[in-house]
Design a protein. Structure first.
Length: 361
């Protein structure tokens, strides 16, 4: 990933945000944040100062890799192999009076820092990081598009592969072979495959179930390319034409997605988009059968802000890449889920790839 992005510019923009928010030093512990700001994908502790300097502390076994992958402007420091790197960081800061932001700390870690470094004013600052990470540059969008194209082609492949008697294990194996043949670096997750009445179980994935005739199969998959992820989902009916009750549910989900596309203009509230999608499902008679999350941002992580849900207060910024994933789950019967990825433009959502909505396999 090194060399593809301007990491110095990213750190400079972050330091400007630190100054605006009266933060002297920002501690980044999440590997995805370290990757975003340095190009190094091995984790560690990254300290970014308001003066624009950056120091990456890593275990000694990662030093060579960090020096090769991280931006040349980032100082790489090998920590003691027998000590907690966070403890070393706060020994360096000991005695200083400073406002220190952080992207993630456990309750235990927070308590330890406060007790050992009382002069440090700790403040959560993940929102500042997401201000930058949510808005994707053209290089990021190209990687997301490539990941999305591979997932889309693979879904079309699965659609043809699905037959009565196929097992979910065989489907997963075929997906893995296909995505790597197409150039993926890895699978982003799962994939999630479920059939029959198990399609009504959110986040469930079958281990080795046999696909039978006249039933639904949900295929939810994504791949990684250059660290950036895709996430697409389709629901297929195996064994001819779906009955009217299945078709009714399927069309309701399609309409909810379309309502989401129409309402998700740049800087719209995620809550408003969620409410519009739920209104469509309510009008179809499925108010209490929808998912609690109907979309999310995506990039280096599978789920990023903005979150499209009834609990979200996020805005959808121009330049973000998001998913819309309406679903209906009818316990003991079946479920339907459809998921696509979009770039948020000023004029509205633009699908990253075009993918068929045909339900029959």
């Amino acid at each position: 990933m090194a060399g593809r992005f301007n990491y110095d510019e990213r750190i400079s923009r972050l330091s400007e945000l630190l100054i605006e928010n009266s933060i002297d030093i920002l501690l980044l512990l999440k590997p995805s944040n370290i990757l975003y700001f340095t190009g190094f994908g091995g984790g560690g502790v990254l300290l970014v100062s308001s003066d624009g300097s950056a120091e990456l502390r890593v275990h000694p076994i990662y030093r060579e890799r960090a020096e090769n992958e991280a931006s040349s402007s980032v100082q790489v420091v090998a920590t003691s192999p027998k000590r907690d790197p966070m403890q070393e960081v706060f020994e360096v800061l000991e005695g200083r009076r400073a406002a220190v932001g952080y992207d993630f700390l456990s309750a235990e870690g927070y308590r330890d820092i406060v007790s050992k470094s009382p002069n440090l004013l700790l403040t959560p600052a993940s929102e500042l990081v997401w201000r930058l990470r949510q808005i994707k540059g053209e290089e990021e969008i190209e990687l997301l598009r490539k990941a999305c194209e591979i997932a889309a082609v693979t879904l079309e492949f699965v659609k043809e592969f699905l037959t009565v008697g196929t097992t979910t294990r065989e489907i997963k194996a075929a997906i893995a072979e296909e995505v790597f043949r197409l150039g993926a670096d890895s699978l982003a997750f799962g994939p999630i495959i479920k059939n029959g009445s198990r399609t009504a179980l959110p986040d469930y994935t079958a281990i080795d179930e046999v696909v039978r005739g006249d039933e639904l199969v949900i295929v939810d998959l994504g791949v990684a390319v250059g660290g950036y992820l895709s996430d697409l989902c389709r629901t297929f009916y195996v064994g001819g034409s779906p009955p009217s009750n299945v078709q009714h549910v399927y069309e309701a989900v399609l309409k909810a997605r379309q309502r989401g596309v129409e309402s998700a203009t740049s800087w719209t509230s995620s809550l408003a988009v969620d409410e519009n999608m739920r209104l469509t499902l309510r009008e179809a008679g499925f108010e209490d059968s929808s998912s609690n999350v109907q979309g999310h941002g995506i990039g280096l992580e599978h789920h990023e802000p903005p979150l499209i849900s009834p609990y979200s207060r996020d805005l959808i910024p121009e330049g973000a890449v998001i998913t819309l994933e309406p679903a209906i789950y009818l316990p003991g019967k079946f479920g339907v889920k459809i998921e696509d990825m979009y770039i948020v433009r000023r004029e509205g959502l633009k699908p990253i790839v075009e993918l068929s909505d045909e339900i029959t396999s």
